[in-house]
Design a protein around this ligand. Structure first.
Ligand SMILES: Cc1ncc(COP(=O)(O)O)c(C=O)c1O
Length: 342
């Protein structure tokens, strides 16, 4: 039986994207490849008006790259922690030797901008605000990113956002300093490319490992190259995926995901983890005491969904709606899940 992936990623990749990756990789210092790479960069800039950078890696690496290029050891950073990926962001900051001031917030909820501002004022000399745009462990989207950016600017700090599981379904309506994302979620491509959008120059004074050094990547980008071998076949996939996304248009792309997610939020008779206004359009999450049974039964129907993470491991299910997923698929999934509602 063919399985369909309704996970937080890698997602069910559309067939044309799969078709585009199965080929001999070109030499990355050739004119042919530079042309392909330039096409991708142009498309990424049409998605969001900032400077895109591509490195070989996944979401974790893009977050680490953001941390290491914008912060030095002993820099003070505010980290919003309302789920597992907020924890991981804080862990990355700690590994750089930053002084991490955590804003712990209830899972499924988002701290309003005035809370961030208060902490910024009280702490003083904060160099960055670190926040997860879409907390995949709880299906919760931070819809205050633009306001957080304003707060950061007011204090001369940078805003670093982990948008690994959301971009480009919801893109910020204004320029955000640093966005970390990846190829294998809402960019509907295979894993292998870490993608960053930077609108401020890297600020770190402490050396960064060469493979993660954004200054090197920025320099090479001038000639549409990367300092080291890029994820060439993933780049072919991204090029094809972006043709599809841009042809639909970003508004439609967002609406399609919102409609799919709302279809599940409306049909499934379980409580969503996220508060209504912060419900994610890419990953839905619901409380249930029967997470394992639901995941196993759906697998027997050919659908891969997943349970919760960390402290929510056994009492949450998560259903991704990115990629090649139809409302018919979601209808079957909702029907099966509802059999487990007590
Ligand atoms: C919000 C978020 N950040 C970071 C990551 C880590 O990405 P990866 O597993 O691709 O390294 C994930 C993965 O699910 C994620 O959802």
């Amino acid at each position: 039986m063919a399985l369909k992936y309704l996970t937080p990623g890698p997602v069910q990749i559309p067939k044309p994207v799969i078709g585009s990756i199965g080929r001999q990789p070109q030499f990355h210092r050739s004119d042919e490849f530079r042309k392909v790479f330039k096409e991708l960069i142009d498309k990424l800039m049409r998605v969001y008006d900032s400077r895109p950078i591509i490195l070989p890696g996944t979401g974790t690496l893009s977050v680490d790259v953001a941390v290491y290029n914008y912060l030095d050891p002993n820099d003070k950073v505010i980290a919003v922690v309302n789920g597992e990926f907020g924890e991981r962001f804080a862990e990355s900051l700690a590994s750089r030797g930053c002084i991490v001031r955590r804003i712990e917030w209830e899972y499924g909820d988002i701290p309003p901008p005035d809370v961030i501002e208060d902490v910024m004022r009280r702490e003083g000399d904060v160099k960055a605000i670190a926040v997860v745009h879409n907390e995949s462990s709880t299906g919760t989207t931070n819809r205050y990113i633009e306001e957080y950016q304003e707060v950061a600017e007011g204090y001369g700090a940078v805003l670093l956002i982990d948008s690994v599981s959301l971009f480009p379904v919801e893109v910020p309506k204004r320029s955000v300093d640093v966005i970390a994302t990846a190829s294998h979620k809402a960019f509907i491509s295979p894993p292998g490319a870490s993608i960053l959008y930077i609108s401020k120059e890297p600020r770190a004074k402490t050396p960064v490992p060469p493979s993660m050094d954004l200054r090197k990547f920025v320099k090479f980008m001038e000639k549409f190259e990367t300092p080291y071998t890029p994820p060439i076949n993933v780049i072919y996939g991204l090029n094809s995926a972006l043709d599809y996304i841009l042809e639909l248009g970003l508004e439609t792309y967002c609406r399609i995901h919102r409609d799919r997610a709302n279809f599940l939020y409306d049909r499934i008779k379980l409580k969503a983890v996220a508060r209504r206004e912060f419900r994610s359009y890419t990953i839905t999450a619901f409380y249930t005491s029967r997470a394992r049974e639901v995941v196993a039964t759906l697998r027997s129907y050919g659908y891969i969904i997943t349970a919760g993470m960390g402290k929510l491991r056994d009492n949450v299910i998560r259903i991704g709606v990115m990629g090649d997923v139809s409302l018919d698929d979601l209808s079957i999934v909702a029907e099966v899940v509802n059999r487990y509602v007590d």
